[in-house]
Design a protein around this ligand. Sequence first.
Ligand code: FE2
Ligand code: FE2
Length: 190
Amino acid sequence: MNDLAETLQQEHLTIRDSLDVIGALVDALDRGNVPPPEDLNAVLDFMDGFTDRSHRAKEEAVFSELVRTSDASVRPLIHRLEVEHAMTRKIVSAMRALVPRVEAGDHRARQEFEMYLRSYRFRTRDHIRDETRQLMPLVESTSRSSGHESMVRELDRIANEDFGDRGHGRLRETIRRLASKYSLRVRDAA
Ligand SMILES: [Fe+2]
Ligand SMILES: [Fe+2]
């Protein structure tokens, strides 16, 4: 695996851990227990910060480079993955807006929030599966392309400038803490 694919796949492990935490929150809501608002907000912060602003921003930098350097056959896949990113962004902002009503005990808001959580979880699980099967082989093939070095620099820039390592590490720790709180085994043991 080249360095770019390795970075993205390592982040997928952390994101899959977050999906397990989401599953535990859904189970709690299903049983009629509203998880503490700090847990809901912590998961939303992870979705927004780690999964979207860091991981997906890196992927979107890779998408641009693949579109620029590969033949047109990659475009349908890249387009679909971009649409899926946009869709889950919308789900996260819809959930954010619902948190105050969920906290206030609004039953309908709780049901809606749970529906969004389920949808986010399944969509993200399938998205990662498709990226592993279809995107990673393309990322691997960039090792031989002239654009590889510029992609590595762009991913480093996102990691260091747009989203400092501390922010990244802090959000990873949040998911580990929640996984342990909800008695889940973590995949990202690095
Ligand atoms: Fe993605
Ligand atoms: Fe991804």
